[in-house]
Design a protein around this ligand. Structure first.
Ligand SMILES: [Zn+2]
Length: 161
């Protein structure tokens, strides 16, 4: 929701988002709608297949260190096209930068639903392993169902493997 007063407040006093959302570029996945959030609430990092690289890690690190984010959510989604392309072995110019990265964590998984979960968990692991450990920051993974509009958070990283 766009709030004029929120726009003015954040323009005057800066942003203090409560969460970092690492998610897919898919147009059906809109974090602000999914979490009923407004301007200044979420620090969103998007890339096809919610993949992660050094620039993405830098963005997360910045949000934690300088904006005070205490929650990092890696949010994948059902029927992810990037994951599907990786499962199908599609390699096209720059797209292969994404599909190769996803494919490397799938261990031959062919079921798209399972592959989406593995990809989310892989991104979550990279984020947790590469960023400085802080006891006051929580990292969670979740999958958004594009048909139902619901998010299932992963309680236990090993549960879905
Ligand atoms: Zn996707």
């Amino acid at each position: 929701m766009v709030s004029r007063s929120r726009m003015e407040n954040t323009a005057d006093h800066g942003q203090h988002p409560y969460a970092v959302i690492v998610t897919c570029s898919d147009s059906r996945v809109v974090p602000e709608f999914i979490f009923s959030a407004g301007i200044g609430d979420l620090f969103v990092i998007r890339g096809a297949g919610n993949t992660i690289d050094d620039c993405t890690l830098g963005s997360i690190e910045y949000a934690i260190a300088h904006l005070g984010c205490k929650l990092v959510v890696v949010l994948g989604h059902t029927s992810c096209g990037a994951v599907t392309a990786a499962v199908q072995g599609i390699r096209e110019r720059h797209v292969s930068n994404i599909t190769d990265r996803i494919q490397s964590c799938l261990c031959g998984e062919k079921d798209i639903g399972c592959a989406c979960r593995k990809n989310i968990l892989n991104t979550l692991r990279i984020v947790e392993d590469d960023l400085p450990e802080r006891h006051d920051v929580r990292y969670v993974g979740g999958i958004y169902d594009i048909r139902e509009g619901t998010v299932e958070f992963f309680e236990d990283l090993h549960e879905t493997e």
